[in-house]
Design a protein around this ligand. Sequence first.
Ligand code: GLN
Length: 258
Amino acid sequence: MKKFLAMLLASVMVLGVAACSAPVEEATDTTTETKETLIMGTNAEFPPYEYHEGDAIVGIDAEVAAAIAEKLGMDFKIEDMAFDSIIPAVQAGKVTMGMAGMTVTEERLLEVDFTDTYATGVQVVIVKEGSAITSVDTLFEGGYTIGVQTGTTGDLYSTWDLEDEGLATVERYNKGADAVQALVTDKIDCVIIDNEPAKAFVAENEGLAILDTEYAVEDYAICMAKENPLYDDVNNALKELIADGTVQAIVDKYINAN
Ligand code: GLN
């Protein structure tokens, strides 16, 4: 019930941001001031960071991004896209920033800049209860089929560590939820994915378990195009929201409140 209330509040907040922007734009006729729009590129298939709730996209990232926009006096909009389209959209200037539970990696740092980190993610392994896979080490014994979401760190690590070594087959899906459905229907042996969406997917499906051993621990941050003049504004706003406890309050609302 508490969780439902949090979700409801979240959608009201995001809708509220959208609703506020209209009168401001109308007002431009009289004030001649146009607000810039902060556009967040994301993949809203990643609960509790970003997911669909009715017509709205809600979640930790959606709320933190809305708070950044508010601090900067900007309008706010979310563009939903495939996870592996986010960095190209950031680079092309189609979105102001990418925020999608995105892990800071050396490879991505060659393509985009990252802000300070605002959360920790853990790559975990989801299996069916009673699976022969009992730890990450089992995967290295070879012969398993691993499901991942295309372009995520789960995809990159399992490809480099296991598939490229001839130790596993990696099946790539557009959504984490699709990989989980493939596991439920025995098309694959496990899913490597971030811990928080993993918990959400396991809660929604009977007979699944998350292994105790972690595959990797990572930092989440917002990515922006290199040389984006808004970088300092966005990063400073994020720093302030971390320092004053706003980010933690948003995280608590979605993760610790239940
Ligand atoms: N943290 C993972 C990554 O950055 C997955 C993110 C996601 O699926 N939204 O690759």
